[in-house]
Design a protein around this ligand. Structure first.
Ligand SMILES: Nc1ncnc2c1ncn2[C@@H]1O[C@H](COP(=O)(O)OP(=O)(O)OP(=O)(O)O)[C@@H](O)[C@H]1O
Ligand SMILES: [Mg+2]
Length: 259
């Protein structure tokens, strides 16, 4: 499989007529791990929702392309089939659909008709990924995320990631609510995905996730745009010094998108 590229150019996004993203530029290639950090309310989750095509988020200008294809022209399910994946900050519960059924149909929707994954192969793979993520086997037969604890939901997002094997994944605060051991397990799962055919964007507030998953690029979001980019050392500096030095450097008074 050749490496994929997601290219976001000058993206502007509005919600209910209010502009939230004000010109985001970002390029993620297969093989690369990116992290986006930034204070609360600066547009990080909005970016992930816009990439996946959440109907409430209106792209007013700019472009998103995956391997030269116009993502903004695609419906949400087409984006998933094209190889985009989002682990949401707050995963939703879907009653009546078991975890296993959801996973199997997600995998099959990305395959050609007649080339569906066999039940045996599916179960074997799911069992081994669940083992790696230290998940209870009976989670497979429970309804999707229903009654899952915060940490169980996050592990389950990574189970989906590992089973669906997208080209580009966006993980929105995958570390929030995880205990120390679970954080390691989840990081191990994400690191397993490393390879030329997989690119990843991690949205996080803390260096602790990046201690386990070293990013190639770190970006800082303020005022609905990426205001600074660097390598892994940028996240270390943010952990030590916070965001004030960036605001001073760039003359930003209010970093949120509220104004
Ligand atoms: N569906 C929505 N309806 C109204 N306002 C929204 C909606 N989604 C986002 N916003 C607003 O857009 C701004 C950016 O929100 P967003 O969730 O992107 O921030 P964030 O950077 O992910 O913050 P956090 O670090 O707290 O998760 C906020 O002011 C938020 O209230
Ligand atoms: Mg958010």
């Amino acid at each position: 499989m050749t490496a994929s590229t997601l290219i976001i150019k000058d993206l502007h996004v509005a919600i209910d007529g209010k502009e939230i993203l004000k010109g985001v530029n970002l390029e993620i290639k297969g093989g690369e791990f990116h992290a986006i950090m930034g204070p609360n309310g600066t547009g990080k989750s909005t970016l992930s929702a816009a990439i996946m095509g959440h109907p409430k988020y209106e792209v007013t200008s700019g472009s998103i392309e995956l391997d030269g294809e116009d993502v903004l022209e695609m419906e949400v399910d087409e984006r998933a089939r094209a190889g985009l994946f989002l682990a949401m900050q707050y995963p939703s519960e879907i009653s009546g659909v078991t975890n296993a059924d959801f996973l199997r149909s997600s995998i099959n929707s990305r395959r050609e008709e007649g080339n569906e994954i066999s039940l045996m192969k599916f179960i074997r793979e799911m069992d081994s990924k669940m083992d790696l993520l230290e998940m209870d086997q009976d989670m497979a037969q429970r309804y999707l995320n229903e009654g899952f604890s915060g940490g169980e939901k996050k592990r389950n997002e990574i189970l989906q990631l590992m089973m669906i094997k997208p080209k580009i994944a966006i993980l929105d605060e995958i570390d929030s609510g995880l205990d120390i051991d679970a954080l390691k397990v989840v990081a191990e799962g994400i690191n397993e995905m490393r390879g030329e055919s997989f690119g990843c964007l991690m949205i996080t507030h803390y260096q602790r996730l990046l201690n386990y998953i070293t990013p190639d690029h770190v970006h800082v979001m303020m005022e609905g745009r990426i205001v600074k980019s660097g390598g892994a050392e940028l996240a270390h500096r943010l952990e030590a010094e916070g965001y004030d030095w960036i605001k001073q450097e760039l003359g930003i008074e209010d970093e949120t998108v509220s104004q």
